[in-house]
Design a protein around this ligand. Structure first.
Ligand SMILES: Nc1ncnc2c1ncn2[C@@H]1O[C@H](COP(=O)(O)OP(=O)(O)O)[C@@H](O)[C@H]1O
Ligand SMILES: [Mg+2]
Length: 401
């Protein structure tokens, strides 16, 4: 009874409001029209001008223009993420989703590439956010260098025994991984992709904050020559095999003596060149040592960091690959090279941009990063005789340990 009384009361009030509104609209239609129009215009302008402060405002406008020309309905456009290599725009498409959306996005892709003059631009549907994602690579000249200083700060803060600082991820973080945990790392990338610089970055951070024993092997004598005062530096294939064999002996010795042991890192740059340049028996010996070290060195605190230009099967044999779980992929030449390093689902390593742009394989997922640039001066600072770092003897490891 009371309920129906209430309902009829509400109905009465509503009908009074609607009568008043109707009479207002009919009498002052022009005011209502202007208000409505203004509101529409405001919403429209808001759509097109997502963030006037943003340096990407004009690109956002171009995106909006193009979508309107193509009669695509869209909501807000905003910059979702900026990283050293690209800008990620999110374009809300509230009404979209489903199979047609996919084709619509495909059709738009080439239009966007033309309009924005960027043939490597990518457009993808984002079903979770009812949106499209537009990835706009920065022009080469505007790619941001990642500072070594910030990367080193992250290492300094971390408690990780053997830090591997990737540089900056797409989310702006500076993750620090642990080589001791991995316990070996494989780095692949074509010439100029940034393998050597990535290794220098590791060396600088270790020499600054940790003191692993270092054995640095590269067929190019110049790669590690700056580290002669603090590491064993080898460029000859015969000497390299000898060093690896002594590591295998050291590994067995460590198994029988109680730890903890001083960590040893064996770093090999241009593994392919080393393997190919060597005669067959030498190559076989190298591979045997690497496999033994890769399989058993975790408990002995001996770690491998291998870099190769060609991740082909004759260089990274199945045995080596299976025993080195840590993977960094810088720009590689082909999708198949990418899959060799990152696994069958990840063929995109050839799209990376070189100069330290890379993927780190974390479980099944990829983490995209930009590694820091390391200059000769950065290296000089950590190897200078006046610095706190003492030279490490090249032989006689058992005593040093
Ligand atoms: N992380 C980086 N940031 C900026 N530039 C880089 C970076 N890594 C490499 N480069 C540029 O690329 C060049 C080649 O790098 P390098 O490490 O020698 O390549 P690779 O050893 O794979 O052939 C460097 O001299 C530098 O100019
Ligand atoms: Mg190199």
């Amino acid at each position: 009874m009371r309920l129906s009384f209430l309902t009829s009361g509400i109905f009465l009030v509503l009908s009074m409001i609607s009568t008043t509104l109707t009479s207002l609209i009919t009498e002052y239609w022009w005011i209502t029209g202007m208000l409505g129009g203004g509101l529409y215009l405001w919403v429209f302008i808001r759509k097109r001008h997502p963030d006037e402060e943003s340096p990407w405002f004009e690109v956002g406008q171009t995106i909006g223009d193009l979508l309107e020309e193509q009669e695509v309905r869209f909501g807000n456009i905003f910059v979702d993420e900026e990283n050293p290599n690209m800008i990620r725009f999110l374009i809300q498409c509230p009404k979209n989703g489903g199979a047609n959306f996919e084709t619509e996005v495909q059709t738009l892709l080439s239009a966007f590439r033309m309009r924005l003059g960027n043939s490597r631009l990518e457009l993808k549907p984002d079903y979770d956010n009812r949106a499209m994602v537009l990835l706009l690579p920065r022009p080469e000249s505007e790619r941001k260098k990642v500072s070594l200083q910030e990367s080193l700060e992250a290492v300094k803060k971390s408690k990780v025994p053997l830090p591997v600082a990737l540089g900056q991820t797409n989310g702006g973080k500076y993750p620090v991984l642990d080589l001791a945990e991995m316990p070996h790392l494989l780095i692949a990338g074509t010439t100029g992709s940034g393998k050597s610089v990535f290794m220098l970055n590791l060396l600088v951070s270790w020499l600054r904050f940790r003191k692993p024993h270092l054995i640095l092997i590269s067929p190019k004598p110049t790669t590690f020559s700056a580290f002669k005062s603090v590491a064993t530096v080898i460029s000859d294939a015969n000497e390299a095999v000898q060093a690896l064999q002594s590591m295998v002996i050291e590994m067995h010795r460590r198994y029988t003596s109680p730890g903890p042991h001083q960590p040893i890192v064996v770093m090999i740059d241009e593994l392919a060149q080393l393997m190919v340049a060597s005669e067959k028996p030498l190559r076989a010996a190298t591979e045997l040592c690497l496999v033994q070290l890769a399989q058993m060195a975790r408990e002995a605190s001996i770690h491998l960091v291998l870099a190769t230009q060609r991740p082909s099967s004759e260089v990274i044999t199945g045995l080596i690959r299976d025993n080195i779980p840590g993977r960094v992929c810088l720009r590689v030449a082909t999708p198949s090279a990418s899959r060799m390093i990152l696994g069958d689902q990840h063929g995109d390593g050839y799209k990376l941009r070189g100069n330290g742009h890379g993927y780190w394989l974390q479980g099944e997922k990829l983490v995209e990063f930009q590694s820091p640039m390391v200059t000769e001066e950065d290296v000089r600072q950590v190897v200078s005789p006046s610095g706190a770092i003492l030279p490490i003897r090249s032989r006689g490891l058992s005593r040093a340990a």
